[in-house]
Design a protein around this ligand. Sequence first.
Ligand code: KIV
Length: 273
Amino acid sequence: MSTYTVEDPRKVTTRRLAEMKAKGEKIAMLTAYDYSMAKLIDEAGMDVILVGDSASNVMAGNMTTLPMTLDQMIYHAKSVVKGVKRALVVCDMPFGTYQGNPLEALASAIRIMKESHAEAVKMEGGAEIIESVERILSAGIPVMGHLGLTPQSINKFGTYNVRAREEAEAEKLVADAKLLEQAGCFAVVLEKIPATLATRVSESLSIPTIGIGAGAGCDGQVLVMHDMLGINKGFSPRFLRRYADLGTVIEDAVGNYISDVKSKDFPNESEQY
Ligand code: KIV
């Protein structure tokens, strides 16, 4: 039984997230990739639903997020949007669709907004992509930044370890966060960085920070749905809290079904016409 009830049933907007930060109300964000799960997550009272390019890992079975295409992200976002009434829906811009040049980035973001009806896009990086961020924002498309561990750069960094432990990288992250805020981003995801650094960034920005493995000082938290529901069984980093063991529930249910079919117990007389 859920312990949470939605206090404010109004549609969540980027402006509302800013008000939440100002009031000290934490923002809850979770990923979703399909209609049915998005509907359940929205009805539970989630503030923001992220159509993450982690779909590449948890939906498509890839090792990294890099193979995800714009068409695939639009397909997932379109399905999610149909299930959501209250949450703000943010769609990841996949690798290779915004790093080239600002006009290409704008064209990709416009396709996401037009074809999926998501309400914002998320982009990984700071100074390197700022012109693309500005170009997209200038078209009236809200942008969520993403700093720290940026999975689309896995081949550059070589590991998914904690980022910005060294001073130079931490200072660049602080400067990038400011740059994203000044450009007009409505929020920034901080992934897998020291909690003290995430707190410092959160306190220095007027826009909300959403942490994943970045400690309690962030203005909100995000997790990948499959991880927190225990569907992605082998994945258990320190930052992850598991709220269910759906992997086991599903295996047990499927096993019982197979056994009922094999033993001729299913279907019985009342389950046929
Ligand atoms: O793709 C994703 O799921 C993400 C979250 C981990 C923030 O970017």
